[in-house]
Design a protein around this ligand. Sequence first.
Ligand code: ZN
Length: 296
Amino acid sequence: MDRLIHGTAANDTVRVVAAVGTKTVEDVVARHGLSPTATAALGRTLIGAALLGATQKDFDRLTIKIESDGPIGGVVAEARPDGALRGYVKNAFAEVPPNGNGKFDVGGAVGSGMFFVIRESGFALGLHNAPYIGSVPIQTGEIGDDLAFYLAKSEQIPSAVLLGVLLKNSAPYVAAAGGVLVQMLPGANEHIITMIEDTISHAPHLTTVIDGGAGPDELVEMVLGEIEFKKLGEKEIRFECTCSQEKALTMIEALGAADAREMLEEDGGASMACGFCGADYQVSKEELAAIVARLS
Ligand code: ZN
């Protein structure tokens, strides 16, 4: 089971969130047939959305959206408070050669553009509150750097973000996926910050540790070293899509009477694929006729 934990350290002046999401990322990737670098990009963004979600209150859906000019064209990752994650990459099959360190060149695949964080709330009350939208220009496109830059610029919280995805050559292809977010809250002292920075710079690679069997608790230990951690909560994270036949019908209805009538008369039905999970929804002639009747 994939897990996320969150808590504080150093008298509540440091917030730490850690997650291991190997199975979650594998489940998402299996639905999209992503190239290896697109897998790394989406996996990091999904974990980043989960970590960020754990620092925020009162939202129904938190989305990290990357709009960029690189080969993969953009990434969307959504997190819900209950730990459900879903996402996609615009050009799933796009691939780029490894970077100078022999690693996935996620930055090269993403390119430059904008990094958005969208927070929506009020779903349970049936409200359509205006979503909160924050954005910053993409820094390196490596996702972790961009999320840290967003937090510093947009939310004024100095943060360190570690995100990683490790792949292998046989199924299941995702050997390890996870991340750690460390935030300096008001009152954090320089000494603690330096200690954490030093611990992180000497820590082994995140995905190596996860591949070796580490869970989120070990990841927290890895970044905090001797500093004591106060765990405040934990939850399961998993892939889960929110699409349904009912939502597919609503989408057709939103296209309007003319389009619905055209689908009915020319195709005698419709099929809709969910961009998040690839599920196919077949809309029958009868269902289309009911929509046309309702709209006319
Ligand atoms: Zn879906």
